[in-house]
Design a protein around this ligand. Structure first.
Ligand code: ZN
Length: 307
């Protein structure tokens, strides 16, 4: 079980989570969910999705369209207010009030399946979302390393498709130019990946992007400064948890939704039930010096080898 594909580090082929591990994770989530309900869970939660498709069974970052639709239905039934990042950030700045348990929906990486499969579902529920695109990879015919040499479905959106997403009322944010781990870069390359990303999106959409998402969660104080200097107003990490007023806007926490989440898991994630588990994983990775996620599927000869 990985924290996220976006966790920086070397690649390694993941091993399936054991039944015991899954049971422990869900038991902890149940207890934490009960505690969160008692506490009222007032903080803003930002959900992380990557891909929405049925082409990659076994890829934990590819949520099947039917599953995504059921999750959005559960979110609608939960009565939580779904807001765009613009309102969320304004609320975190103290400029407006949001009801308890408000939720933001985000998609990383700009895959075409976001346009094809996520957009119609979002439209049917009237939910706004943010889509973070690696600007130099859009319409490039290239895909992310994770899916190289796999499938035709693994292309990113074209700029026309990105514009269609924006025209549907969604927010388009930056995700670097080429999805590099920003904390590892020299100053000139970091400048190119942040300022260049801001400029390219602004030129293509005739609208400056306001928000950024660190590729693979790789960031540092100097990365945060570069992102701010590039013109972004806030940035999203892979750190787990919800966000309260006064939070560092360049260190926003998120909650990743995985393909193997049951509907009960999804509901517990909305309540913060998995935050403790995810923090435990991050701490254990840090202690072990293991910066790599075990959730990286690799495609070899066109076949996913994840889980
Ligand atoms: Zn990414």
């Amino acid at each position: 079980m990985s924290l996220s594909e976006e966790t920086p580090g070397r690649f390694k082929i993941p091993r399936p989570a054991s039944g015991l591990r899954r049971a422990a994770k869900r038991s902890l989530a149940r207890l934490a969910g009960l505690a969160a309900r008692r506490a009222g869970d007032p903080a803003l939660r930002i959900l992380t999705y990557h891909r929405v498709n049925a082409s990659h069974p076994g890829d934990r970052l590819s949520v099947p369209p039917e599953t995504f639709a059921r999750q959005m239905e559960a979110l609608a039934r939960s009565g939580r207010l779904v807001v765009g990042l613009e309102r969320a950030v304004a609320a975190l700045r103290g400029e407006l009030e949001l009801p308890r348990g408000a939720v933001v929906i985000t998609f990383d990486d700009g895959f075409r399946d976001n346009h094809d499969h996520a957009l119609p579902v979002l439209r049917s529920f009237g939910f706004p979302a943010s889509f973070f695109v690696p600007s130099a990879l859009v319409e490039s015919g290239r895909t992310l390393e994770r899916y190289e040499r796999c499938c035709a479905e693994d292309e990113l959106m074209t700029w026309n498709e990105v514009r269609a997403v924006a025209a549907a009322g969604h927010d388009i944010g930056g995700h670097g130019r080429t999805h590099k781990e920003l904390a590892l870069l020299d100053a000139a390359t970091l400048h190119d990946e942040t300022h260049g990303c801001h400029r390219e999106i602004a030129e293509r959409l005739s609208l400056a992007p306001r928000f950024f998402c660190y590729p693979r969660g790789s960031e540092s104080p100097s990365v945060r400064r570069a992102v701010a200097q590039a013109g972004f107003e806030a940035a999203l990490t892979v750190a787990p948890g919800a966000n309260s007023r006064g939070v560092d806007l360049f260190g926003l926490s998120r909650t990743e939704v995985a393909a193997d989440d049951t509907l009960a898991d999804f509901s517990r994630k909305l309540e913060g039930g998995f935050d403790g588990w995810h923090r435990l994983l991050r701490a254990s990775h840090s202690l072990a010096g293991a910066r790599a996620s075990d959730g990286f599927p690799r495609h070899q000869h066109g076949r996913s080898v994840v889980r």
